[in-house]
Design a protein around this ligand. Structure first.
Ligand SMILES: Cc1ncc(COP(=O)(O)O)c(C=O)c1O
Ligand SMILES: Nc1c(O)cccc1C(=O)C[C@H](N)C(=O)O
Length: 396
C-alpha cells in the first residue's frame, strides 16, 4: 500500500475524524502549529458575540453574578480538570503561565520549610520558566539548580524545596517521566511543579493519580482557547490549606466584597486567583472547551501517537537519508504530540513550507517543529506535510 492510500485508510478508521468540523480550518493549509496556537473552534464566535452584545452590552455589571462571570475561573478550571486527571475543586483559570509558575514556585518554597534551600529546574526548560524560577529563587533566598532532565531524579535531595519540570519539552517533544520524577521528589521530601503547556489536551496527565503537588499550563495550544487565553493553576487538594500565594489579590480573599484591609485567604482553588479575571478571553476558552464533550483523552493520545508515527514513516520514505535528523524520541513513552526535525537551514525550510501551505514552527537554532493536534489533524495532512517537506529539501 502506498502512503497516500495508507493515509486514506487511517482516516477512514479514525474515530475522532468528525471533530475536524468543529474547527474553522481551510483545506488548503496543513496546520501543524496547534502546539503554539490552537485553531478556532466553531463554538467560539457566536458565544463571543453574545458575551459582548448581551452580557456586557445589555446586562453590564449584573453579568458578574447573573452571567456567572465571577465564578468563571473555578468553573472553567473544573472543565479542564478531567483532561488532566484532576478531581473538581483543584484548578483555577487565570493569568498567564508565567504568572502561575511564579505563584506555584513561591507557594511551594513557602510550604517546603526553611532548611530546604534549593529550587531545581530542568535545564532545557521553556525560557519563561527558567527566568521566573531564577527570580523566585532570588526573592526567597534559595539557590537555583539547573539539571538535565535525565539527571533530575538523582538531583533531588534533602536540600530541594521544589522542582519545576516541563512535562513535554517544547523544542524536542520529549515527554518527561511525570510519575517517576514526582515519586522521586516525594521520596526526597520535596515538592514538584509540572508545566503542562505541551501536554494538557494532548495526552493523559494523571495529576491526582500520580500525586502531583502543583501544576500550571496554558490553554491556547491543545485546548484551543485563543491567543493569550488564560492559563491554569492546579494545587492538590490536601495542599490547598497550606498554599500561601505570593500574589494574594482581592479575588483570592475569603470575602472579596467585604473589602477588609486584612487579608484572609479563600479556601480551595480560588486561593490561586489574583485580580479581576480576563472575562472575554476566559469565556472564549469556555466555549472552546465544548469540543471536548465526549472526547476521551486516551483516544486523543492514541491518535496523536499514530499521527507522529505516520509522520516519521512518511519522512523516512520521502526524504533521502541524512537530510533531516529527528530529535523527538522514537519510544512512545518518551514522546509528546510533536515531531522536531533538525536541519542547519531549518529557518529557511520552514519559510518555504509555510509558503506552500504547511504551517509548522521554526525554533532556534535549527529545529523544524511540527505539532499534531488529534482533534483536527488528519493522516492525509500528515502525508502531505512530509511530501512537501521532501520537495522543499530536494530544491536546497
Ligand atoms: C512550556 C511553556 N511554558 C510557558 C509558556 C509561556 O507561558 P505564557 O502563557 O506566560 O506566555 C510556553 C509557551 O509560550 C511554554 O511552551
Ligand atoms: N505564546 C505564544 C505567543 O504569544 C506568540 C507566539 C508563540 C507562542 C507560544 O506559545 C510558543 C510556544 N510556547 C512554544 O512552545 O514555542
Amino acid at each position: 500500500m502506498n502512503l497516500p492510500e495508507k493515509a486514506r485508510k487511517l482516516d477512514e478508521a479514525d474515530e475522532l475524524r468528525g471533530k475536524r468540523a468543529a474547527f474553522v480550518l481551510d483545506d488548503d493549509t496543513v496546520y501543524l502549529d496547534g502546539n503554539s496556537l490552537g485553531a478556532l473552534p466553531t463554538t467560539v464566535p457566536g458565544r463571543m458575540a453574545d458575551v459582548v452584545a448581551r452580557e456586557w452590552g445589555r446586562l453590564r455589571i449584573r453579568s458578574w453574578t447573573e452571567s456567572g462571570w465571577w465564578t468563571a475561573p473555578e468553573r472553567i478550571g473544573d472543565r479542564i480538570a478531567p483532561l488532566v486527571g484532576a478531581a473538581p475543586g483543584q484548578i483555577v483559570v487565570g493569568d498567564s503561565t508565567s504568572v502561575n509558575v511564579f505563584k506555584a514556585l513561591v507557594g511551594a518554597v513557602r510550604m517546603a520549610g526553611a532548611e530546604r534551600d534549593e529550587i531545581v529546574v530542568d535545564a532545557t526548560t521553556f525560557p519563561t520558566d527558567g527566568y521566573i524560577a531564577e527570580s523566585a529563587a532570588r526573592m526567597t533566598g534559595r539557590r537555583l539548580v539547573a539539571v538535565e532532565p535525565r539527571e533530575l531524579r538523582s538531583a533531588l535531595g534533602p536540600r530541594t524545596a521544589v522542582a519545576l519540570v516541563n512535562h513535554v519539552d517544547y523544542r524536542s517533544g520529549r515527554l518527561h517521566d511525570l510519575p517517576g520524577v514526582t515519586a522521586s521528589a516525594h521520596a526526597a521530601g520535596a515538592l514538584v511543579v509540572w508545566d503542562l503547556c505541551h501536554s494538557a489536551g494532548a495526552l493523559p496527565v494523571g495529576l491526582d493519580a500520580h500525586g502531583v503537588d502543583l501544576a500550571v499550563g496554558c490553554t491556547y495550544k491543545y485546548l484551543n482557547g485563543g491567543p493569550g487565553s488564560p492559563a491554569f493553576l492546579y494545587v492538590r487538594r490536601d495542599l490547598q490549606a497550606g498554599f500561601d500565594s505570593p500574589l494574594p489579590g482581592w479575588n483570592s480573599h475569603r470575602d472579596p466584597f467585604g473589602m477588609s484591609p486584612r487579608y484572609e485567604a479563600a479556601d480551595g482553588a480560588p486561593r490561586g486567583r489574583v485580580g479581576t479575571p480576563d472575562i472575554l478571553s476566559m469565556l472564549a476558552l469556555e466555549a472552546a472547551l465544548e469540543v471536548w464533550d465526549e472526547v476521551p483523552i486516551e483516544a486523543v493520545r492514541d491518535k496523536s501517537l499514530a499521527l507522529t508515527d505516520f509522520f516519521l514513516e512518511c519522512v523516512a520514505a520521502y526524504v533521502p537519508a541524512g537530510r533531516v535528523e529527528s530529535i523527538t524520541p522514537a519510544r512512545h513513552e518518551e514522546r509528546g504530540s510533536q515531531v522536531a526535525l533538525r536541519r542547519a537551514d531549518a529557518g529557511e525550510v520552514m519559510g518555504s513550507l509555510i509558503a506552500r501551505g504547511v504551517v509548522g514552527d521554526f525554533r532556534q537554532p535549527d529545529v523544524l517543529r511540527f505539532g499534531f493536534t488529534p482533534l483536527y489533524v488528519s493522516f492525509a495532512d500528515v502525508e502531505r506535510a512530509a511530501r512537501v517537506l521532501a520537495e522543499v529539501i530536494s530544491t536546497r
